[in-house]
Design a binder for this molecule. Structure first.
Ligand code: SF4
Ligand code: SF4
Length: 447
């Protein structure tokens, strides 16, 4: 007899998942990327001078035990980030896997993600990563010139060649991997060079892009804090030259991407992907967008209505609301002293989570693409919009341009895969009303 499983329960109880991005070596890193938002945590979180923090073995065991205990699901995912976690050495991660097996409940599968710059990967590492089915997130920004512009070692030399060596090893050992590419002032100007390089040279089939946006005060001022840079009255209006990276008096770091460059980057990559790579290359944003157009929740926190589903953990066990909110005022607990469920679902974290949707500007609330954007990441909400409303998203103009560009394609794509189109200008309800020759023509294009 077949047992029918309730998809919302596991072992007869409601499914429960927590996600922590662990930083087992804190912000320590073997390179010095210009735009890193984490290196400065060394000063902000007041690590002792010269010390390299790490999750010590007894604390590691406690973390793994508690993290597993906070789940009730068939799969548990551990995420390791930094800084550069491979600095801890392979034996550290062998211990991680051993401890995970020690505490792994029956019928549960434990998986690991590891975000790395690839510099320390060698045959031994890659054999281990393949054997234990780690998903490696490899940071690479594109061809040599573009990558080396910001991703440099401590003596100021580009790291491209070392990363490409890691790419070779990853393929040689068949390690599962995704690439993470920062869209900054330079890569944003070269979308096709970046995308074709990732697709054809790195042979990445899972591509993540991340827009680099930092106010000059990001090292010390938490987003939405009561600091000068975040005060509503000090925010600068959309279109002002001081919001252009590299401009004299710009309030954003020169390595940041501008709003329109971000939109143009996504558009250029989308057009190329739509022409030839659907079904073979998975681009996190496009997958997330499709989910939004069909009314499902997207995998990307930045495009969802609620934040705070993934905590960040520092080596001493301190937990923060989000990886981008590792500031003293956003500490929500400690893995060793507090109940993880109470932290994850507690008042402070809930407030943080719902603030994303509750603090949308009127422009966002009335935006025809709010279903796909939800005002994007709150850390980027530091400008006044054209109506003078503060706390609007810096990237908004780019997002709007991009969403308008993909709207029809998303509807076509959804229909090709047999999904109803719930949102966008070409949604089913509107289409049913308008259905006529012209619309039939529009939707007859096949992939
Ligand atoms: S603050 Fe930004 S990165 Fe953090 S959960 Fe919210 S959207 Fe995601
Ligand atoms: S595109 Fe702009 S206005 Fe629309 S939801 Fe996103 S940030 Fe708000």
């Amino acid at each position: 007899m077949t047992t029918i499983q309730d998809p919302n329960t596991f072992n007869g109880n409601p499914i429960k998942r927590t996600h922590i991005m662990a930083k087992p070596i804190g912000p320590a890193c073997n390179i010095d990327c210009t735009y890193c938002y984490y290196l400065s945590k060394q000063d902000l979180l007041e690590y002792k001078k010269g010390c390299t923090p790490k999750i010590e073995e007894h604390a590691l065991e406690n973390y793994i035990k508690r993290y597993i205990k906070s789940h009730n699901s068939a799969e548990i995912i551990f995420s390791w980030q930094g800084g550069e976690p491979t600095l801890l050495g392979l034996s550290y991660f062998k211990t991680v896997v051993d401890l995970q097996q020690k505490y792994c409940p029956e019928e549960v599968v434990i998986k690991n993600d590891l975000q790395t710059n690839g510099i320390l990967l060698n045959d031994e590492w890659c054999e281990f990563l393949a054997e234990h089915d780690f998903l490696v997130g490899l940071s690479i920004d594109g061809p040599e010139m573009l990558h080396n512009a910001h991703r440099k070692n401590r003596s100021g030399r580009g790291t491209f060649r070392q990363v490409m060596k890691a790419v070779e090893l990853i393929h040689k050992h068949k390690v599962s991997f995704a690439t993470l590419t920062c869209v900054n002032n330079l890569t944003s100007q070269n979308p096709l060079e970046v995308y074709r390089f990732l697709r054809d040279v790195v042979k990445s089939t899972q591509i993540q892009f991340i827009p680099i946006v930092e106010q000059k005060t990001f090292r010390t001022d938490a987003p939405q804090s009561n600091t000068e840079s975040w005060k509503a009255e000090n925010q600068i209006k959309q279109g002002d030259k001081r919001l252009i990276p590299g401009n004299k008096d710009s309030i954003v770091e020169s390595f940041s991407v501008s709003d329109i460059a971000w939109g143009n980057f996504l558009i250029a990559v989308f057009d190329e992907w739509e022409k030839r790579d659907i079904g073979t290359v998975f681009i996190q944003y496009f997958e997330a967008n499709l989910a939004s157009w069909i009314g499902e929740s997207s995998q990307l926190c930045t495009l969802n209505p609620v934040c705070g589903k993934g905590l960040a953990m520092e080596p001493n066990g301190d937990l923060y609301s989000c990886d981008h909110y590792v500031y003293p005022e956003h500490k929500v607990g400690n893995i060793h002293n507090d109940d993880l469920d109470e932290v994850s679902y507690g008042g402070k974290q809930q407030q943080f989570g719902y603030a994303k949707v509750e603090t949308l500007t009127t422009e966002c609330r009335n935006c025809e693409y709010v279903f796909a954007c939800y005002g994007e990441c709150p850390k980027n909400r530091f400008i006044k919009n054209a109506n003078g409303e503060s706390n609007h998203n810096y990237l908004c103009a780019g997002w709007k341009k991009y969403f308008a560009h993909i709207d029809k394609s998303m509807a076509r794509l959804a229909r090709t895969y047999g999904y109803p189109v719930k949102f966008g200008r070409f949604n089913d309800t509107r289409l049913a009303k308008l259905m006529g020759k012209e619309q039939r023509h529009v939707f007859s294009v096949k992939y």
